[in-house]
Design a protein around this ligand. Structure first.
Ligand SMILES: [Zn+2]
Length: 355
């Protein structure tokens, strides 16, 4: 339909031959397929005001005038807009990467979580053997029974429904390590220094938290590489250059985020077990005081405190936990049994499978 178009104050004013009143397409609502070049002689427009209609106007004066009034329809403006889209996309991907880093998303973690338990157990056995090399396993029957009771109690809250396998080694170290496959290595030194079974329970619950999160699996995959980790999982041994996987795991500290998550799990496990969370905080205070008093004690370098920073945050979490009915993690007799677990030991190498 023919008509006349003028460049008005707020938009293009259009008089059509249909006799209807003059309509206005506001400059802000105009859209254009071909941006207006400096030497354009015509323009083809559409408008938000009348989505079904399009307007074709001939004449370079009209095109130039429209460029002035609606500069965003020009070619230059379009280039700037395209650049902005690219910048926005770049910023989006940069933000995505940053978020990934902040949320500590990692492929190793993802892989670790998808591995079957039996594979993770083999990885755990290999790293435990190498970690505890030269230390005897503590196998006093009453002590093992007490530990098993504690493990079963704490494992009640484990999402996968599995019971953690905890082994004590005659090792003066004041530490405990989560190893792959829902296993924990507990050094006798930690039991010796703990003031109550609740303190041991707190530490074990925290290590179980790492296990639930498959932190040790992910750390090993990151450390030795997926190929080597698979070799251990399928072959069952850590030969050659992998003999130090245990040491690696022992010296490794986890990220702040991983520590926090392990603490959160610990509090859940303790609550599900009906064990007071205070022990976790108490153990910390005790070890800190011991290290301050004792200076550079020989076991300090590998103490639980060194691989577990964030004492203030941990204490705050424990304090924030609402009270619930709790009983001691072990009764007096069981606690005595646990403390005496290294009365009977065995060399894992010589005496395989027998206790
Ligand atoms: Zn930890």
């Amino acid at each position: 339909m023919d008509g006349t178009a003028y460049l008005g104050l707020t938009g293009i004013e259009i008089d059509l031959a249909d006799g209807k009143p003059r309509r206005i397409w506001l400059y802000g609502g105009l859209k254009i397929d071909e941006p207006i070049r400096p030497n354009a002689i015509d323009v083809l427009l559409t408008s938000r005001d009348e989505p079904d209609a399009s307007l074709f106007v001939q004449g370079s004066a009209f095109a130039a005038g429209l460029r002035e009034r609606a500069p965003y329809l020009s070619q230059r403006a379009l280039q700037v807009r395209r650049r902005r889209v690219w910048m926005a996309l770049l910023a989006f991907f940069a933000a995505l990467v940053a978020a990934g880093v902040l949320l500590s998303w990692s492929p190793a973690k993802w892989i670790a979580k998808t591995l079957p338990l039996s594979w993770r157990e083999r990885l755990g056995n290999a790293s435990r053997d190498s970690m505890t090399e030269g230390h005897k396993e503590c196998v006093d029957a009453a002590g093992v029974a007490a530990l098993k009771a504690l493990s079963m109690r704490l494992s009640k809250g484990v999402p996968a429904g599995t019971t953690f396998d905890i082994q004590v080694y005659d090792w003066p170290l004041m530490n405990a390590f989560a190893v792959p496959g829902e296993q924990i290595v507990l050094a006798k030194g930690l039991i010796d220094k703990a003031g109550s079974p609740d303190e041991v329970a707190g530490v074990l619950a925290h290590e179980m938290g790492h296990g639930i999160e498959t932190d040790p699996e992910a750390a090993l995959i990151r450390g030795v590489g997926l190929g080597a980790a698979l070799q251990i999982m399928l072959g069952g041994t850590a030969g050659g250059g992998l003999a130090n996987v245990g040491l690696m795991l022992a010296q490794l500290g986890y990220s702040r985020g991983a520590e926090h998550k392990a603490d959160v799990h610990a509090l859940e496990l303790l609550k599900a077990a009906g064990i007071a969370p205070k022990g976790l905080g108490d153990f910390f205070t005790r070890v800190m005081k011991m290290e301050q008093d004792g200076g550079g004690a020989p076991t300090a370098a590998l103490s639980w405190l060194r691989t577990h920073p964030l004492p203030a945050e941990r204490a705050r979490l424990v304090r924030a936990q609402a009270a619930y009915p709790a009983t001691p993690a072990l009764d007096a007799a069981q606690w005595e049994d646990l403390k005496a677990i290294c009365r009977v030991t065995r060399d894992p190498k010589e005496d395989n499978g027998k206790s």
